[in-house]
Design a protein around this ligand. Sequence first.
Ligand SMILES: NC(=O)c1ccc[n+]([C@@H]2O[C@H](COP(=O)([O-])OP(=O)(O)OC[C@H]3O[C@@H](n4cnc5c(N)ncnc54)[C@H](O)[C@@H]3O)[C@@H](O)[C@H]2O)c1
Length: 418
Amino acid sequence: MNNKVGVCVIGSNGAVATTMMAGIALMRKGLVPRRGMLTEGSFGKKIADLAPLDSMVFGGWDLKTDTAYEAAVQHEVVPRHLLDKIEGELSAFRAWPAVASEKFLKTFAGKNVVGAKSAREEISIIQNNIAQFKKDQNLDRVVMVNLTSTEKHTQLEDVHCSISAFEAGLDQSDERISPAMKYLYAACKAGVPYFNFTPSLSKIPALEALSVECGVPIAGEDGKTGQTLMKTVLAPALALRDLHIDGWFSTNILGNNDGLVLNDPASNKTKIISKKEVLDSIVGYKVEDHQVHIHYYKPRGDAKEAWDNIDVSGFLGERMQIKLDFLCKDSILAAPLIIDLVRLIDVAQRRGERGIQRQLSMFFKAPFHTINEEPIHDFFKQFNLLERWVEGEKINEPAHTKKSVKNSVYNPSFEVNI
Ligand SMILES: NC(=O)c1ccc[n+]([C@@H]2O[C@H](COP(=O)([O-])OP(=O)(O)OC[C@H]3O[C@@H](n4cnc5c(N)ncnc54)[C@H](O)[C@@H]3O)[C@@H](O)[C@H]2O)c1
């Protein structure tokens, strides 16, 4: 067996995807430091048999027909002088036609879409792409990652709730089955580990069950990169000091394509739900006024600004405020997490793991969990899960049960408080 991993990226022309591909190419040439990845630091040395960065190869689907080089130039994340040093490598990459639906992504203007007549045909095209990629690149192992634009907010319906209902839905090309779900279905059936870095709904009960049945590890959802990372680091400290959080106001401005997509209220709602869920379970009470806002502001491009105002009260009930201003670079924070996740979920597959991978929770705003399970949001507890898993402990049993499913994404009556 060679230790070469193929990465099938859904949304391979996007800012995060092209930053990751460019980053791998630049690290391989020794032109940039190997920084920002948990698996490349001292922690990575504790994990046996990580796939080396140098042998990762990429394939993927996108709505756009540009090469990865052209796409990376447009995203303006990786400096041009660096991109030009890997132009040949990135120019050789073109995406396979995508499985897409205007019903789930209003703003999509792509031309590179599969010409399938049915949902079943779409899935077989995805599977053929994976099989051909493995053959062409002589790969033993492949990982699939969802890096597409955020789909509109989707309610859980009957067709999503069991494998048989879902497969009957596929037979009828049921419109309630989203592209994100079709890709995950194809991954399970192809035995390919999968993670969802977007907030789009993919882990429905039918596909959670299928991932277990097919022996496929899955993880998600919505990468925890900037504001939510800070929130899940700060909130545990405030809770430990018994500083009561009276309100937490979070707002963001960003001007990349992700921000443009999030300008559509239907996609915005998906993201905000994913960002809002984290606080109450960390502090152990309902934070009365937790607001999250996202605004598209073009001049910023990928250089997002995330502000937080936290109102706290302490001893004698005295009130105080904390202000946080994170001037971050969205894709620079996200790309190394994709590399970590590819390597870790690949190890999980080889360890015989299947279904939800809770040890990967620290990478996500809304960690996959099963119905009635309370996901862990506290960053330090999440890291502890990963440490224990690396040491060989079996942690993939749902440990925390919710008292009620109120405010769960599975509850159709859930409303966002903004
Ligand atoms: N810090 C971060 O950048 C960060 C953090 C958390 C989550 N995310 C999520 O990651 C995703 C990617 O972010 P980005 O900034 O790269 O976005 P992007 O808009 O630059 O890229 C998305 C790509 O997906 C493609 N696409 C859309 N629908 C598709 C489909 N059905 N099949 C194949 N391709 C499709 C688009 O053409 C585009 O090239 C977004 O959903 C975003 O919310 C990003």
